[in-house]
Design a protein around this ligand. Structure first.
Ligand code: PLP
Length: 372
């Protein structure tokens, strides 16, 4: 199988698997117990926390582990609204956010929170004038992602955070697709990340919070994580996340160069038949979301079962609904249904990519011949 679905998840790095192994096979102490073994597990968690903090790279805050980035985003949004000053009852977000943010906002709208969903241009980018116009003293939170999971475009997070601050509102940045791939800009007050997008294990995420911006607790219980997120932590998952984060920081430049090379190879192989969806310049280059006239993307995926790639978003795949992101950038249903997302990264070889692209092109041409 050739794996070209790096936005859905990434292969676990051998270093992350090795860091997890002792905590699965030999050591089982509860990291919150005062025994010697418990303290050893707690110490391993703190090492991992530091490594993830360093990979996030922001000053003036701390990191709380969660069960996923979805949980971190739910917690950040709901817990910030809960502690917002009287009169601040509105969230400003963008139509192309991940479902973890959009569905949480929709859920809050049922309990009388107001939400402003800002549009994006055909390049997938937010217009800062639209944001300025939406900000006033009723805003409790601005939530905008760094790198879009479907089309890879990079939102101007530093400017967004500055405008949010000027309006007196904290900013949440979903940096799940950005961590380890692009620098996380200074400015946001809350940053959500996930281990499995950086070659770590599934089932663990984290919320970085600027001091003073900690949301109200969302999960109540044993008071772990400074009372912010109860529940026994998994030393194995934390250690895997920490090792993956350390590697992501160390390999940032070589990974970036590798991805840039793969991007060039892909464009040469795919153009002029395919069109890139969203901005080409303001984009993480390991995400190639493309469309081709007349292609039935779902059929392409089923024709090429030994190549793993995706229809727009892994989350929306199979739902039959055209992607909300592709619609937001102005694509027709037909164009959205002829779009595929190719995601590559650290462990993708040039040879694998070239071989897969040749077969994708052949399958697309065969569809065209059949339709003619
Ligand atoms: N945000 C973005 C941009 C994502 O791509 C994803 C995962 O696909 C998530 C949030 C949710 O992350 P997790 O799988 O850790 O819940």
């Amino acid at each position: 199988m050739i794996y070209l679905d790096y936005q859905a998840t990434t292969p676990v790095a051998p270093e992350a698997a090795a860091a997890m192994r002792p905590w699965i096979e030999e050591k089982f102490a509860n990291p919150h117990s005062p025994s010697r073994e418990g303290r050893e597990a707690a110490a391993a968690i703190e090492v991992a926390r530091k490594e993830v903090e360093l990979a996030v790279g922001l000053e003036g805050g701390s990191l709380t582990f969660t069960g996923s980035a979805t949980e971190a985003i739910n917690w950040a949004i709901k817990g910030t609204l809960e502690k917002a000053p009287a009169g601040r009852n509105r969230i400003v977000t963008v139509r192309t956010e991940h479902a973890a943010a959009l569905d949480t906002c929709e859920w809050l709208e049922r309990s009388s929170v107001d939400v402003t969903y800002l549009p994006v241009g055909s390049d997938g980018l937010l217009d800062l004038d639209d944001l300025k116009a939406a900000l006033d003293e009723s805003v409790a939170l601005v939530a905008v992602m760094l790198v879009n999971n479907e089309i890879g475009v990079i939102q101007p997070v530093a400017e967004i955070a500055r405008l949010a601050r000027e309006a007196g509102a904290p900013m949440l940045c979903d940096a799940v697709q950005g961590l380890g791939r692009v620098p996380i800009p200074e400015g946001p007050d809350l940053v959500a990340v996930s281990a499995h997008k950086i070659h770590g294990p599934k089932g663990i995420g984290a919320l970085w919070t600027r001091k003073g911006a900690e949301p109200q607790p969302f999960i109540h219980g044993g008071g772990q994580e400074q009372g912010l997120r109860s529940g026994t932590l998994s030393p194995a998952l934390c250690a895997g996340f920490g090792a993956a984060a350390k590697l992501a920081k160390e390999r940032f430049e070589p990974d970036d160069r590798h991805v840039e090379g793969l991007w060039k190879t892909a464009l040469e192989a795919l153009m002029p038949g395919w069109i890139v969806n969203g901005s080409v310049d303001q984009r993480y280059r390991g995400n190639l979301n493309i469309r081709r006239k007349g292609v039935d993307a779902a059929r392409l995926i089923s024709d090429l079962r030994d190549i793993a790639f995706s229809l727009g978003s892994a989350c929306a795949s199979g739902s039959g609904r055209p992607s909300h992101v592709l619609r937001a950038i102005g694509l027709s249903d037909r164009e959205a249904r002829s779009s595929i997302r190719l995601g590559f990264g650290r462990y993708t070889t040039e040879q694998e990519l070239t071989g897969a692209l040749q077969r994708i092109n052949e399958a697309a041409e065969a569809q065209e011949r059949f339709a003619a």
